[in-house]
Design a protein around this ligand. Sequence first.
Ligand SMILES: Nc1ncnc2c1ncn2[C@@H]1O[C@H](COP(=O)(O)OP(=O)(O)OP(=O)(O)O)[C@@H](O)[C@H]1O
Ligand SMILES: [Mg+2]
Length: 271
Amino acid sequence: MDPIKQAVELARAAEGVHRPATLGGSPLAAEGPSQRSAESPFQEVRLRPDHLEAHRIVAHGTSSPNGRYYDMLRTQVLQEMDKKSWQFLAVTSPTAGCGKTVTSCNLALSISRLPQRSVLLVDLDLRRPTVGKYLGLGDNGGVLSVLEGRAPLSSAVVQANIGPNGILVLPGSVSANSSEWMASQTMGALLQTIKRDFRSRIVIFDLPPMLLGDDVISILPRIDATLLVAGIGSTSVADVKECQKHLRRSPVVRVVVNKATESVGSYYGYY
Ligand SMILES: Nc1ncnc2c1ncn2[C@@H]1O[C@H](COP(=O)(O)OP(=O)(O)OP(=O)(O)O)[C@@H](O)[C@H]1O
Ligand SMILES: [Mg+2]
């Protein structure tokens, strides 16, 4: 069944329920100082497990029981993307607070644990960027410094390491002109540069909510595929249907039903 149709059905069955599940395949769940090294051309930050876990980022290792749901999501998403040789994945949701950033960070860390896979996580939520906060990155100017031409892309990207693994992160920044930036030629040029300079990496874009402005609609034509995060209790059936209209021309690889209880997940056989 189409992932969006499944989401509508799950939302209908569960309006009112905390833990994530994926649709269109299977399950899922939720939850320092820097320097440059000789190996990485980027500013390096070592991530702290306690900080990550306090922000529900659990997929950096195999010890968290919830981390396995992100590993399942990772596998499903990569299978879809590999089939079409897609590189750019947008993570969005109908409305605010559904768990986009938690999902984006966990998915990125989960992918980074796979051999021969690497990730660039880009915070393109210019309204409420929180990737840097959730991962515990310092303030380095973020994507806006690149868009405004104040910094080269290479100095805004951070190499975030944990254990033997690491991801590249382009942290976000707040802009009062979020909508205009998303539709701008400058943004188009930045995405082309990312495609060229990070061609071996899966690029995950943490976006704003779809229905709270035209930011997401503006950028979707430049993205290969979308992961839609619906929040049980905060996303209605009407919200999901409204997103479906905007996503007609953009492939949806998965719908994550976030903040679902274990019982709902079990009923639908995702756990
Ligand atoms: N599965 C979950 N169970 C319980 N709480 C969760 C879950 N996923 C995320 N949260 C919490 O919900 C809040 C919103 O999560 P997050 O910031 O990832 O959402 P968002 O969709 O990115 O929000 P925004 O629209 O503001 O960007 C956070 O406090 C986060 O810890
Ligand atoms: Mg967010």
